[in-house]
Design a protein around this ligand. Structure first.
Ligand SMILES: [Zn+2]
Length: 1055
């Protein structure tokens, strides 16, 4: 069944092609178009392919067009031109194409005749789309929300363009540097039959080769989804490259097959015999009589005939040997899905893998764990871009009553594309060249501007009081096309306390949108301002606010252009889900000081290291006795500082005090020329400290200076550690979180040593080497120091071999089983970082890296980021959450907190006079009376917050056409994590329909939104050892949707 082919690519031509061709060719593409193989032979599946990075050494457009060839020869347009021409010369020839971002660029430039040719090649299986995502996303630093979105963007483009013959059956992650279990689970839910990848730890690979375990069932969500998350997974023999001597690209140095005995250089016999030997060697660990041979590499097939001419000969002459019975090797043009079909047919029992493929090491001293933290500001930008994109998508559906115009949809699309590109394995990973990184940032910025227009219009529409007026104005206002400015400003530099709008206006409205489908309670708003006296009006009158000084180091950030010297802080009791709430902020002249600066005493005290169970008041008393100082809030959370050093000393929650020392350290990056393994340098990919010691050097033993600002809403300790490291430790009044806002840079390198800056939270919690890190912001994966779960690990790098990606959180607990009670410490972050626990009771996260050597994996530049003429300064946040045993906080609380972070509320700032000049009477009245009726908390999707239980996240609300949108509901707890929240939930379909805007009908699809769920029919696999094989994906029955832990359901909604 073809999914309705309508989205942003709704050009008439596309529609025409989709309707004409895809239905008529059913049965000739997909598995039924696979070539015949020979039983009893080694079947070598030659897979012609090109690995086209969506930006790396060149920008995505340079790679597409072929600019800047002195950096790297790469021009995807010629690859596609050339391949299409070669495929037409023989029906046996095959090619796979992977990156939709490139294919889309090429396709839109072709005339109708060429599009017809290509459609025929797709429909007969010669040109097969594999993976189909907009990009081949990184698996360590990308968030699941963004992975799903970028896959959906590509998969739906293919469906819109070609229909079902273009639906990829196989995921193809041949280059990412390590593989995530959550990614596997998501692929399974997208309906993929299998996954192939190229990179796994060299020791793991050797072990798997020996044990004939190169192919396996990956249980992507053990304990949660059962075999609904099983994914056949194959590790490729030679990465994604051809065997030595058989690279026939025009840029390769290998000799072509010369089959003319009259000519010198005749090498046919040698080439054929060598190939037969290689085929036998490659096939050996796979045990099925089939082997996949990747015939291609980076940016190849620009002159595709050199490949096909030689592969034609190879097939002809190797297979000719069968006649004389001198070979049992059968060579054929094939694709990964055709290979997979044969593996499936073999019914070979497979091992089941339940952990992941992190970290990846390519040799004893090359752990690819540096990129978990490389380019911290880009990583932050990518996370915040997703935040804004989700707001934009939701509003494009909700504020336009389910019928956004095509113009609104293309504006959303203008941002979806760069956010998709940013997930590429050389983008968010921080492993592209600097000029390419700048291009990613530029693309995000431009896309964001496009979405700002949608959000601005939505915010203004939501100010209207009369719903009937709303319905009549589905048209986009003219100001969009005339390029007039927007009413609202969206401040994307709040992380460095910059917001031009709030700094320059004396009377403005802050409209705050909460993109969560649940109310946000006791949240705090921070607004940069240039003077200290302000009044804040909320729905029920004046809200007592507080002024906090912006720390001096922040004011001095290079390139920061701002008048703001303070931040205005005010509490909001409740921000309703999916709603816009208004606040009016007015400059006041009355003197009232909000924050009290406290001078701290610096006296020697003795240190404690034990976990003390006691009452808070006693602890407070004991803190006073020790002459430490303590800050506490009304949630019973307190932080104790050592007055002498100015450092954090312990955290108290409920009846528990945990010593928590936090400090900054650095590793010196290994310098080296990479001439051999021992000389490997630390670089953009590789983390390699120049010591095998697990103890990095502290930046300082005590802070250089600190100030405490105390107020009724927040108390802050501003610490300055050194000239280039400072931090604010912040305790809001009604919260269970301690906030750490760190600032690092410019990292000094005048001593010619690169440095990698980390922070450590050291506690007395007994952890036995165990810690937990998230997978793409979703499942938690258990880690054990110096241990690999499925193979004997020989340790060569003490620290970097223990680093794991931390996309959203890292946890330690006194109980190795998180479903059991235990004292648990979670640190959540605002961007992806590398993390570990090098000592029991300790959490370590890498914040910034500045290095002076390249690590020789291709990027060709040291990771030495500068901005505004000096080393890059990065500012970011950690949130510390103490939970479990005696704290009164549930261990699973990190789930909710992580969501609040990645789906953060979005503020828009508008001058009152500007709003007044528009026709929104509500706001005009509000302003003229000076007693604003700010109670209009306009809900975008009325009622949805009531329909969705607290453990269900509205993952996606995204327009795909003026009459269709995508909806994703996600159970965001794991099984057993929480006695209540981990239970399956039931949602009434009728209630859901009523709660959504203008719903006519609703239909479930696969996770990628490109196939009806009932058409999903994945291969079954036979596990070597019997597993609990319950399929936990539940069908929509009797008008109810059941969501099991970690399950995501995707719907196409027709309006
Ligand atoms: Zn790549």
């Amino acid at each position: 069944m073809i999914l309705v082919p309508f989205s942003w690519r709704s050009l008439l031509l596309v529609l025409f092609l989709t309707f004409i061709h895809s239905a008529s060719v059913e049965g000739t593409c997909g598995y039924s178009s696979c070539p015949k193989t020979k039983d009893g032979y080694i079947n070598v599946h030659l897979v012609p392919h090109s690995h086209d990075d969506v930006g790396w050494l060149k920008t995505v457009d340079q790679y597409y067009y072929g600019d800047n060839n002195k950096i790297q020869l790469g021009a995807v347009q010629y690859t596609l031109d050339s391949v299409v021409s070669e495929l037409q010369k023989s029906p046996d020839r095959r090619f796979i194409y992977v990156e939709s971002a490139f294919f889309w660029r090429w396709w839109t430039n072709q005339d109708a005749e060429m599009q017809g040719i290509v459609t025929r090649l797709v429909n007969n299986g010669q040109l097969e789309f594999i993976l189909g995502g907009w990009v081949m996303n990184d698996e360590a630093c990308s968030h699941y929300n963004s992975i799903i979105d970028q896959m959906t963007l590509g998969l739906r483009f293919l469906n819109d363009t070609f229909g079902q013959c273009a639906r990829p059956r196989v995921a193809w992650q041949i280059d990412p540097f390590g593989h995530s279990r959550e990614q596997a689970s998501l692929f399974a839910q997208m309906g993929f039959d299998g996954l192939f990848f190229g990179r796994l730890d060299y020791q793991d690979k050797e072990f798997r080769k020996q044990n004939h375990d190169m192919e396996m069932i990956w249980d992507g969500s053990p304990n949660n989804l059962g075999n609904a998350s099983w994914l056949f997974t194959g590790a490729l023999y030679n990465g994604y490259n051809p065997p030595d001597g058989y690279c026939f690209d025009i840029f390769c140095e290998d000799d072509p097959i010369n089959d003319d005995p009259k000519l010198s250089g005749y090498n046919l016999e040698e080439k054929v015999n060598n190939f037969i030997n290689i085929a036998q060697e490659w096939a050996e660990p796979y045990d099925t009589g089939h082997v996949l041979m990747t015939m291609g590499s980076d940016f190849q097939y620009m002159a595709a005939h050199t490949w096909y001419k030689n592969l034609d000969k190879l097939i002809k002459y190797v297979n000719r040997k069968q006649i004389s019975n001198s070979s049992r090797v059968n060579v054929l043009y094939s694709t990964p899905s055709c290979y997979l079909k044969e593996v499936h047919r073999s019914k070979r029992p497979l091992s089941v893998k339940k952990d992941d493929f992190f970290p990846y090491a390519s040799d004893p001293h090359a752990f690819w764990t540096g990129y978990f933290s490389s380019r911290p500001t880009l990583k932050y930008f990518v996370q915040k871009a997703n935040n804004f994109l989700q707001v934009c998508k939701q509003l494009a559906v909700g504020a336009f009553n389910g019928h956004p115009s095509q113009e609104v949809i293309s504006k959303v699309r203008d941002f979806s594309e760069p956010v998709g590109i940013a997930q590429h394995h050389d983008a968010v990973s921080g492993t592209a060249k600097q000029h390419v990184t700048d291009d990613y940032s530029l693309r995000l910025t431009v896309g964001m501007k496009s979405c700002e227009k949608v959000v601005d219009e939505a915010f203004r529409k939501l100010q209207r009081t009369s719903p009937s007026e709303d319905q009549e104005s589905n048209e986009f206002p003219r100001s969009f096309s005339t390029g007039l400015g927007t009413t609202y400003e969206f401040c994307h530099l709040l992380n460095i306390s910059v917001c031009t709008a709030s700094e320059t206006m004396n009377d403005f409205v802050v409209s705050i949108y909460n993109p969560l489908a649940r109310d946000l309670h006791n949240t705090y708003i921070r607004i940069p301002v240039s003077s200290p006296l302000w009044d804040v009006q909320g729905q029920s009158g004046l809200i007592p606010s507080q002024i906090v000084n912006i720390p001096q180091p922040v004011l001095g950030i290079p390139g920061r252009r701002s008048k703001a010297l303070y931040e205005l802080v005010f509490p909001v009791e409740s921000l309703p889900g999916l709603s816009l709430s208004n606040f009016q902020v007015t400059r006041n002249t009355t003197e009232h000081v909000h924050s009290l600066k406290i001078k701290s005493q610096l006296k020697a005290i003795k240190k404690g290291g034990r976990i003390i169970h006691s009452s808070t008041s006693k602890l407070a008393a004991s803190a006073n006795l020790r002459e430490d100082f303590m800050i506490k809030n009304s949630n019973g959370l307190a932080i104790v500082f050592d007055s002498l050093t100015g450092m954090l000393k312990s955290v108290i929650k409920g009846s528990v005090e945990v010593p928590v020392q936090q400090n900054f350290y650095f590793y010196l990056g290994m310098a080296g020329d990479n001439s051999k393994f021992e000389k490997r340098a630390s670089g953009a990919y590789i983390f390699r400290p120049n010591t095998t010691e697990s103890q990095p050097s502290p930046i300082t033993e005590r802070v250089f200076s600190y100030q405490v600002y105390k107020g009724s809403h927040v108390t802050e300790v501003h610490q300055v550690f050194t000239e280039w490291i400072s931090q604010v430790i912040r305790l809001y009044d009604k919260t269970d979180l301690v906030e750490f806002e760190w600032m690092i840079g410019p990292v000094p390198v005048e001593d010619n040593y690169g440095k990698e800056i980390i922070t450590r939270y050291s506690t007395g919690i007994p952890t036995n080497g165990v810690f937990f890190t998230d997978a793409n912001g979703r499942q938690l994966v258990k880690r054990k120091r110096d241990t690999r779960a499925t193979w004997p690990y020989k340790k060569h790098e003490n620290v970097s071999g223990n680093y794991y990606p931390v996309n959203s959180r890292i946890l330690i607990s006194s109980n190795e089983d998180l479903s059991q009670d235990g004292l648990t410490l979670a640190v959540l972050n605002d961007r992806s970082q590398g993390g570990t626990s090098m000592n029991d009771g300790e959490i370590e996260l890498m914040l910034h890296r500045r290095l002076l050597f390249d690590d020789a994996f291709g990027v060709g530049e040291p990771l030495n980021e500068t901005a505004f003429g000096t080393g890059l300064v990065a500012r970011g946040k950690h949130w510390l959450l103490l939970a479990g045993e005696g704290t009164g906080v549930s261990i699973s609380k990190h789930r909710e907190v992580a969501q609040n972070i990645f789906m953060d509320k979005m503020m828009g700032f508008a001058d009152v006079s500007l709003l007044e000049s528009t026709e929104y009477s509500f706001m005009r009245n509000a302003v003229s009376t000076r007693n604003p009726d700010l109670s209009s908390r306009n809900t975008v999707v009325s009622g949805l917050t009531q329909v969705l239980p607290a453990n269900v996240h509205l993952l996606t609300l995204e327009p795909v056409s003026p009459t269709q949108f995508l909806l994703r509901l996600e159970h965001f707890y794991e099984k057993g994590e929480d006695p209540v929240s981990s239970k399956p939930v039931t949602i009434s379909l009728e209630d859901l329909k009523k709660a959504l805007p203008s719903v006519k009908s609703i239909r479930e699809t696969t996770l990628g939104g490109n196939q009806w769920i009932q058409d999903m029919n994945r291969f079954d696999w036979i596990p070597r050892i019997q597993q609990d094989d319950n399929n936990h994906h539940t069908k929509v029955v009797d008008g109810s949707i059941v969501l099991n832990p970690m399950e995501i359901k995707t719907f196409l909604v027709f309006t």
